[in-house]
Design a protein around this ligand. Structure first.
Ligand code: IMP
Length: 178
């Protein structure tokens, strides 16, 4: 079993590169089938989804575009707490079929924020693709259409996901040991 050390923590391999790539292929096939004959705009959520987005998008054979947005969180006043602003929208999304690409859905707060932003942009339809889902942490009821892997509610790194900025370059997904 592969292990990696990142900063002060040890991580153990949870999902192999081969398993990830196989699953990405299956999801791409499903999206290609679901949207056959249609035009799609993929919306990747930075930073974490860049790797899944790149692997998935190159396997898409639809008429497709891709754009990326980023959640910038900053401290508001004491009454408002942390504010999450989605920055980087630069496409006209009105009446477009959207596939959101997420790295991981944990509580679903990020996903909910993104879906709300898309709804006010009057898109035609929204489907969600996430590489990882922590079902026991997920508290929203937004349906997730394409799920790479369901994982336990433990901290993970790799395949785009970071621990304090590091570990994104790993081709596998690793779970925290200590
Ligand atoms: P949510 O809003 O609680 O669903 O969290 C989603 C975001 O939190 C993801 O896009 C990640 O950036 C981050 N995140 C959640 N769980 C993990 C994890 O286990 N490792 C690294 N980042 C995570």
């Amino acid at each position: 079993m592969k292990e990696v050390r990142i900063l002060d923590k040890k991580f153990r391999e949870l999902i192999s590169e081969q398993a990830i790539q196989k699953r990405v292929g299956e999801i791409a096939l499903q999206i290609n089938r679901d949207f056959v004959g249609s035009e799609v705009i993929f919306v990747g959520i930075l930073n974490g989804a860049f790797m899944f987005a790149a692997d998935l998008f190159r396997k898409i054979d639809l008429t497709a575009r891709i754009t990326f947005v980023k959640l910038a969180s900053y401290q508001g006043t004491s009454s408002t707490g942390t504010i999450m602003e989605l920055i980087g929208w630069n496409e006209d999304l009105v009446n477009k079929n959207i596939v959101v690409i997420e790295d991981i859905v944990d509580t679903g707060a990020t996903l909910e924020r993104i879906v709300n932003e898309l709804v006010i942009r009057n898109v035609a339809g929204i489907k969600i693709a996430t590489m990882l889902l922590k079902p026991t942490a997920y508290t929203r009821d937004i349906p997730i259409d394409y799920i790479g892997f369901e994982i336990p509610n433990n901290f993970v790194v790799g395949y785009g996901l970071d621990y304090n900025g590091f570990g994104r370059n790993l081709s596998e997904v690793y779970t925290l040991v200590r």
